[in-house]
Design a protein. Sequence first.
Length: 483
Amino acid sequence: VILNSSYVHPICTPSRNSFLTGVYPFRVGLSGTAITPHQARFMSLKTPTLPEKLKKLGYSTHMIGKWHLGFCNERYTPTRRGFDSFLGFYTGTQDYYKHTTAKGYDFRFNQTVFYPPKKQYSTKTYAKRAVDIITEHKRKKNPLFLYLAFQSVHTPLQVPKKYEKQYNNIKNKDRRVYSGMVTAMDDAIGAVMAAFRKHKFMGNLIVVFTTDNGGAAHIVGNNFPLRGSKTTVWEGGTRAVSFVYSKNLLKKTGYTHEGLFHATDWFPTIFAVAGGKPKQEKQLDGVNQWPMIRSGKPSRRTEFVYEIDKSRPVSAIRMGKYKLIVGNPGDYNNWYRIAKSNSFCPIYDENETGSDEDIFIYESLNNIVRNAKGYVKWLSSKLPGYRMVRKWHRYRQLERCRKLKKRDKAKWRFPRYLLYDLEADPSERKNIAGYKPVLVRKMKARLEHYQKKTKHVAGQSKRKVAAADPKHHHGVWTPGWCT
């Protein structure tokens, strides 16, 4: 079942909070930005997690991949928040092979620093761990909950060459690598599904697939024709790729459901399927959508909050077919297509040719390689003068990218209220706030109702904590520097 109106938050940490707690992130101090490695921010201990609830129902619970919900103290890490085991990393991004980020190593098996085989792509590492868990669990009689949070597709753009080569028809190298990363993840999911089939789990298996934000347009993610990008409250930043698969447990399959679904709904929906009673969980913002998924019934949701971020500031709400944005939607406000060439700034004007100096740099690079002896042409980076000109070239590219971004940002001057009819205008091209003032007031009042619930949880400061630096922990991102 494809969920065509499934929504998440504009960036990863808030969405993951919603997945695992069923609670809006603005209620627990996690709205707006993702957690950075030096910040003492975390998923609130006052909100129970889905794995904690499932363990009480007899489930084995395992997590693989990206956590990104805080690690400044061990009590905020996966195995202390309901998971029996964890293989992966605490932070938001890292090298797919070296497992490093911001000058520190970050990879764990449970609480222990772990070193996978050298030169092994992380997507393969995660798939292997998932297969091992499934294989080990076949001897157990209790049910299994597996949360597999792949690192893909996210910066840095890295993939084994065999996957990149499958897309040699794509001229833009970044997009070629990006496409290869998706295929590598697809192969990994195929290996996991093969393990489920091999060990006869298919009869009672439910598979949920979802993204945690829209594509990042500045790193060749593609949301077109939707507007915006990751980090924005536009549809391109918040409308998720989501589907549910089950061989036997869905009464209606092979179709697309248009009903509203929000990231907070996964907790009560999965909890209900497992035998829990989500109506007794008074803290939840999500609703049980199992009848919608299983039988194609109408969504139980008529509204949801995209975001309430006082730091930007921005707030946005969906009510029926209407969407209201109050404040700054974000930095990427256009309808972005993928650049065909290896553009350094692919989301901006691809027809920009640059200055005479840019053209001179390109010609200098070409001349250095052209004048080299044939057998050393492929060693272009080692040719005399090449590195100096290349460094100059990169500096010019960065400067040009900044100017284009500044120009792109400057041309958008929004009124205080933006209202869109998403059934008639899913690409958010026509602001109808001026035509429907009564509706704007009604939706603004609902937003204010939710804003009264916002909290700044103690310890959720966004300041950088010096004690977090890996240099104090043998080069490893390590818990133990907050309470």
